[in-house]
Design a protein around this ligand. Structure first.
Ligand SMILES: C[S@@+](CC[C@H](N)C(=O)[O-])C[C@H]1O[C@@H](n2cnc3c(N)ncnc32)[C@H](O)[C@@H]1O
Length: 348
């Protein structure tokens, strides 16, 4: 039976959420301008109009609501924090802006390097991605991350992540969730794991990330729900047995990896997946995916510290996955994301 009520709840909730983050996005822009005009990078490639962006954003919202109506997964409930704590985070984002803005003007992305934890992570990682204060290495950064990302994407980060739930639902048809293990590589603050847990209360969930503060936040996001096994480790050397996962997901990780690390993580994904297992990849659009939007991809690493993004945007992801034994299933481009569904080649 169609879950029309669930769909209505999803649409209403998402419309409010969009309005809220759209307002935050505009307010942040206004505040940034107040801090002093630095000339905005002007891309040489075409950019979409706000109307085109909003139309695509609406399509994402609609597809998510239809999936809820069709019973593929429950409505979105993406924040385990109390409203008070959440508002504190919004305030903290605005309070952090002057410092982050000054560093952006100086192209200084070195606050992470000063953290004690920097000594035990790879060099390519110990930097301030998006000029985030403390990089990924502090509790404050973990607490701010989601509000910042949702503000940047006008509330679409959660819905973009949720597009991974559809191929997972298809894979799960006829399977017993208690017998299925899902690993989220670079799970960050656990927003996606939370969605998976709400959809599959009995599935074995694992999350891996290099940042302990982000994993701590992930544990908080899962509070009240059945927990997941969270491990602090690099994606390029996972402390997991061969063929131990049925499903591996990776969301918004690959654009932050140097090209050779991208390949090492891909090899690890293929190693830990069971033959016939499912790999669901979500990351940024690449050049040419939506040609009229290429200017956005050109401007992104100019505005935010994203040292490996330019290469990511032209990398041969299909070739990389294929070479590791991850066979092409489907590829689509919901809003600003690229969703690639791959299957680990079964033995012949
Ligand atoms: C842009 S965030 C995305 C987080 C999360 N998947 C999400 O959807 O919000 C990138 C994440 O990748 C993690 N990360 C970066 N390099 C990594 C590596 N080599 N191994 C494991 N985690 C890594 C960071 O700590 C951070 O949590």
């Amino acid at each position: 039976m169609a879950d029309t009520l669930g769909m209505a709840a999803q649409l209403a909730g998402q419309s409010l959420r969009f309005g809220w983050y759209f307002a935050l996005n505009r307010a942040l822009d206004w505040r940034t301008d107040q801090l002093g005009k630095t000339p905005r990078y002007k891309p040489t490639r075409p950019v979409p109009t706000m109307q085109q962006l909003l139309a695509d954003r609406a399509q994402l919202l609609m597809a998510d609501a239809m999936a809820v109506r069709d019973g593929l997964y429950p409505p979105m409930d993406d924040d385990g924090a109390s409203p008070l704590r959440y508002l504190g985070r919004v305030r903290q984002m605005f309070a952090d802006l002057p410092e982050a803005y000054a560093r952006r003007a100086e192209k200084d992305a070195t606050t992470a390097k000063a953290e004690a934890a920097a000594a035990s992570v790879p060099d390519y990682y110990a930097q301030d991605f998006h000029f985030q204060t403390g990089g990924y290495l502090t509790e404050d950064s973990a607490s701010l991350y989601d509000v910042q990302v949702e503000t940047l994407f006008m509330g679409a980060a959660g819905p973009m992540r949720r597009t991974a739930l559809t191929p997972i639902a298809e894979f799960m048809r006829g399977r017993d969730q208690r017998q299925v293990t899902l690993l989220d590589v670079a799970c960050g603050t656990g927003r996606f794991l939370r969605q998976v847990r709400l959809a599959y209360p009995a599935m074995q969930l694992k999350g891996l990330d290099l940042s302990q503060p982000y994993l701590d936040e992930a544990a908080r996001q899962l509070k009240g729900l059945r927990s997941a096994e969270l491990m602090q480790a690099p994606g390029e050397a996972m402390p997991l047995a061969d063929a131990s996962a049925d499903i591996v997901t990776s969301i918004f990780l690959f654009h932050e990896l140097p090209p050779q690390v991208r390949r090492a993580v891909t090899a690890e994904v293929a190693r830990v997946l069971k033959p016939g297992g499912l790999f669901v990849f979500i990351d940024s659009l690449q050049m040419g995916d939506k040609p009229g939007w290429d200017g956005l991809l050109e401007a992104f690493p100019e505005r935010f510290h994203e040292p490996y993004y330019r290469h990511y945007a032209i990398d041969d992801l299909d070739g990389m996955f294929e070479a590791a034994g991850l066979q092409a299933d489907t590829t689509s481009t919901p809003f600003l994301a690229k969703l690639m569904v791959r299957t680990k080649t079964p033995p012949v």
